[in-house]
Design a protein around this ligand. Structure first.
Ligand code: PMP
Length: 399
């Protein structure tokens, strides 16, 4: 795959070896041009206008929704809600479940130990509000999802299971298909956090058979402040709105308000019109390259990276699963991740260090953080070799 030329970020001679793609991705020219074009030529608010530009913006915004629906293999664009990101999508589900009375005192919400804070704290808030109990699903000693522990935790009080498809701190892919089947067998809802899979593998929400799927646009070559919550139509129909304002209403009187149809019921106020349209542009770009080709390219890079890291003295790769996404975390006993990250930065290699918004996982591991390397479609073997050489050098300096 040779898509690097599509990304102006890499034109500069001193562009970093960018291996922080799990945090955010660089943007291709088609996305940058679409941003400029919208504000240069077609900027207008959606829904409310009789004029041409407003109609065009409304059509483009709804066409973007259909593109996202196709990308996720959703049954209908009505199931696709524009959000500001993965975090907002998960909060939407947690808050509407609390408002709906579907989660009550004594109910249980199960969350995997390696979940991101944005997939833990909203459930904690839901639990505090409703009297439900938040229960972490343990990991095996190999740091994989503990399926047998999970199966034994499921019961008739389990209301919801929330898990990442790929954990952002460990990079391991969870057996989401099996987890979803088991959860559904006790009548629990399933929310999949797709933040770390959306740019790397095809998603079919109907085949996954989950109830909610959330992701952020900026992790899939789109601007920050964009995101999607996909929800099963019958559930979205049933749950109450969470934010009040323009567009989410049907009729308003001081006595009573009735709400708009899907998906607008959940989209109060002026949406991120340009961002949402450009998100669809980014998804079309990914489709043009093809997720199977992207996946194959990144898997080869990941093998090279993991093999190289494993050969460095003292380096421990966290998790050994063969089902790995496009990132890997390392821990080097005796060396602080921040020192390693800082030296790598001085050698022009950008990686992420810290707890990766997974403090409960770090507590489980008994460490304060890791050094995380993550690849995207524009990385190539030279990036990996550069990062490996720099890591070896940095570790020698720190010993
Ligand atoms: N879940 C996972 C697995 C993530 O990696 C992230 C971002 N690091 C999020 C949720 C939150 O995404 P955002 O901050 O874009 O809402």
């Amino acid at each position: 795959m040779n898509a690097r030329a599509d990304f102006p970020f890499f034109v500069a001679d001193d562009a970093p070896v960018y291996l922080d793609n799990a945090a955010t991705t660089q943007k291709p020219s088609c996305v940058l041009e679409a941003l400029r074009d919208f504000y240069s030529f077609t900027n207008s608010n959606v829904h409310r206008g009789a004029h041409r530009l407003s109609r065009a913006a409304t059509e483009a915004h709804e066409a973007a929704r259909s593109t996202v629906a196709d990308f996720l293999h959703a049954a209908s664009p009505r199931e696709v809600l524009f959000t500001s990101g993965c975090t907002e999508g998960i909060n939407l589900v947690a808050q509407t479940l609390a408002l709906s009375g579907r989660v009550r005192a004594g109910d249980e919400v199960l969350v995997s130990t390696d979940a991101h804070h944005s997939n833990i704290v909203p459930w904690q808030m839901l639990s505090e509000r409703t009297g439900a109990q938040l229960r972490p699903i343990p990991l095996t000693p190999e740091l994989e999802f503990d399926m047998s522990a999970f199966l034994s935790m499921l019961n008739e009080r389990t209301r919801l299971v929330a898990i990442p498809v790929i954990s952002n701190a460990l990079g391991l892919r969870l057996p989401v298909e099996e987890i979803t089947r088991a959860a559904r067998s006790v009548g629990a809802l399933v929310l999949l956090d797709g933040a770390q899979c959306i740019a790397h593998e095809s998603v079919d929400v109907q085949q996954l058979d989950c109830d909610f799927f959330a992701f952020s646009g900026h992790k899939v070559y789109a601007p920050t402040g964009t995101g999607i919550l996909w929800g099963r139509e019958s559930l979205l129909e049933d749950l109450p709105p969470w934010k009040g304002g323009g567009e989410m209403i049907d009729q308003v009187t001081f006595a009573r308000t009735t709400y708009n149809r899907l998906p607008f019921k959940y989209e109060a106020g002026t949406p991120n019109i340009c961002g949402d349209i450009v998100l669809a542009k980014a998804l079309r770009y990914v489709n043009r390259l093809g997720l199977p080709a992207i996946h194959a390219h990144e898997s080869a890079l990941m093998s090279e990276l993991c093999e190289g890291l494993q050969q460095l003295p003292g380096v421990r790769l966290l998790g050994h699963s063969t089902a790995r996404g496009s990132l890997v975390s390392i821990h080097v006993p005796g060396i602080h991740h921040y020192d390693l990250g800082t030296l790598l930065d001085q050698m022009n290699v950008a990686v992420r260090t810290g707890h990766h918004c997974c403090q409960p996982l770090m507590q489980h591991l008994g460490i304060t953080g890791t050094t995380r390397f993550s690849v995207a479609l524009y990385n190539h073997s030279a990036d990996i070799q550069c990062a490996l050489t720099a890591t070896e050098k940095a570790l020698a300096m720190l010993r």
